[in-house]
Write a protein that binds this ligand. Structure first.
Ligand SMILES: Cc1cc2nc3c(=O)[nH]c(=O)nc-3n(C[C@H](O)[C@H](O)[C@H](O)COP(=O)(O)OP(=O)(O)OC[C@H]3O[C@@H](n4cnc5c(N)ncnc54)[C@H](O)[C@@H]3O)c2cc1C
Length: 492
């Protein structure tokens, strides 16, 4: 049988995953990437001896990465060295109120017990449920293409879905087990990765606590981009042809079938199938004739987007004290900041923020005696992000960082780059400058997510963080697998 040619748009985790699965299943695959390097939101850049991961920094769910590479008889260790972090991360509630989260479960339980007597036993119960959800959720539910209710119709699965706490919020679920505000904030933290607050995320996602507390926080030596480098090597080994600096301007459709992609250079590439791993809205509203769009502008405007972010990549000319690899600054209340993200979009008055210092673990990402510091403030999408505003927030959080960690930092900044909404739009065509795609609210889960297939174009598929299963590195990897499986099923 003649090999079918697939064009994949975008070299993020989802595009690379889809391309590699298809190439390994006898498709001829060309992957087109607008930027000059792979990885999408997980790109890296180097400057003055520092190497910065531009996006993701938390490596959770190591089993998902093992599954990915095992599809090709490989393992993560064939491509990168994985280290388990201990402490997993540090939560800063105030100047002298810091909680290091130990990797060891018994030590973690002892810490909880100190905060709230009885919490260790409650954690066992909480984690038993979370483990069950993880096993069914990550190893089964997320791998369904979610194109028909029938996929979820088996009796066994219906029973499972009932046990999965789909209709209860994460916030009320956590409060059934714990009373201490400190512990509640800790247990609610992982769902922030899913793009909404615990009030609006189904308790199904306590599976994230299992990932956090039991499976642990890991780090690929050299940085998160090492995963991308490994995936690119594997893709090329399987025969995927990757072209950088190659932006798609239009998917040319004739009689409900994608025939070619036209590049910004004017070149046209013939294809039998298109898998779009670029942001869904960009593809659906700008790369195809709107008469073929799956969704209207109005539909998109009503989606709950996961936040955007203001990021700072800083090279510090000395070693820092009192900071771990991952540091969550919960020294201000979450409520007003969440309101500024979701309810009344605005720049927050007193933002929470996250500081990542990978050079604490890895001496290859900063020159000797120096520190690599990445700061992230989650923000509402579509805000104006002028230099002046960025600078205001830089001063605001550096002030807090210096005060809480008891040291001067600003005077030792030898490299500084900021990144926010307008950069997400320019670099990735990100709808409203989103950083993490669509939030995993109940109304935006599984069948209720933008579909992975175009309903009017028989050979156009979508993958990535704006379709199933959702935002984050592991879901994006899985998204590529799910779409490739659908393409293989429909074409065999
Ligand atoms: C700051 C930040 C921190 C994060 N932290 C974490 C974390 O710690 N852990 C975690 O698991 N997840 C994290 N995430 C989320 C995670 O990075 C994303 O969910 C994931 O990388 C998305 O992958 P993707 O393949 O869907 O999309 P992308 O990575 O955006 O890939 C899409 C690609 O399409 C390309 N493209 C767009 N338009 C075109 C076009 N017209 N032609 C050709 N190419 C095009 C883009 O350049 C891009 O390379 C973070 C994200 C950000 C932004």
């Amino acid at each position: 049988m003649k090999q079918k040619h697939v064009v994949v748009i975008g070299s993020g985790f989802a595009g690379l995953s889809a391309a590699t699965h298809l190439a390994a299943n006898n498709f001829s695959v060309t992957l087109l990437e607008k930027n000059d390097s792979p990885g999408g939101r997980a790109r890296k850049f180097s400057a003055q001896g520092f190497t910065f991961d531009m996006g993701p920094s938390w490596y959770w769910m190591p089993d998902v990465f093992e599954d990915y590479f095992s599809n090709f008889d490989k393992k993560p260790a064939d491509y990168y060295e994985l280290l388990r972090l201990d402490p997993s991360y540090s939560v800063i509630y105030g100047q002298d109120d810091v909680l290091d989260i130990p990797a060891n479960l018994d030590e973690f339980k002892a810490k909880l017990e100190e905060i709230e007597p009885g919490a260790a036993a409650q954690l066992d119960k909480f984690l038993a449920q979370a483990k069950y959800k993880y096993q069914i959720g990550i190893h089964d539910l997320v791998k369904r293409p979610s194109r028909s209710l029938m996929e979820f119709a088996s009796l066994a699965l219906m029973k499972d879905v009932m046990r999965m706490d789909v209709f209860q919020s994460m916030s009320s679920h956590v409060r059934k087990f714990f009373k201490s505000e400190k512990i509640i904030r800790l247990m609610e933290f992982p769902v922030l990765f899913l793009g909404e607050t615990a009030e609006n995320i189904p308790a199904l996602y306590s599976l994230m606590n299992y990932a956090d507390i039991v499976l642990g926080t890991w780090y690929p030596k050299g940085g998160m981009h090492e995963i991308i480098s490994g995936m690119v090597a594997l893709a090329e080994e399987k025969g995927v042809k990757i072209r950088y600096n190659t932006e798609v301007e239009e998917i040319e459709i004739e009689q409900g079938e994608a025939k070619r992609v036209r590049l910004i250079s004017g070149e046209r590439i013939k294809t039998d199938l298109v898998i779009a791993g670029a942001d869904y809205h960009h593809v659906d509203r700008h790369l195809i004739n709107p008469k073929y769009s799956n969704y209207s502008e109005d539909y998109w405007d009503k989606r709950v987007l996961a936040p955007s972010s203001l990021l700072f990549y800083l090279g510090i000319g000395k070693k820092l004290k009192n900071l771990r690899h991952h540091n969550l600054f919960f020294d201000e209340p979450l409520g007003p900041h969440a309101d500024a993200i979701y309810t009344n979009p605005r720049w927050p008055e007193k933002p929470l923020f996250y500081a990542c210092v990978p050079s604490v673990t890895d001496d290859t990402v900063a020159p000797e005696g120096m520190e690599n510091l990445f700061l992230l403030i989650p923000l509402a999408t579509d805000l104006e992000d002028s230099e002046e505003i960025r600078e205001k927030y830089y001063e605001m959080i550096m002030e807090r960082l210096e005060k809480i960690t008891g040291q001067e930092i600003r005077s030792d900044v030898i490299f500084k780059r900021s990144y926010a909404h307008s950069d997400f739009k320019a670099d990735y065509h990100a709808y409203k400058g989103n950083a993490y795609g669509l939030a995993n609210t109940l109304k935006q889960t599984a069948l209720l997510k933008p579909s992975l297939k175009n309903k009017k174009v028989s050979n156009l598929f979508y993958t990535g963080q704006l379709t199933v299963p959702g935002p984050g590195v592991p879901p994006s990897l899985i998204s590529g697998y799910v779409v490739a499986k659908e393409v293989i099923r429909e074409n065999s």
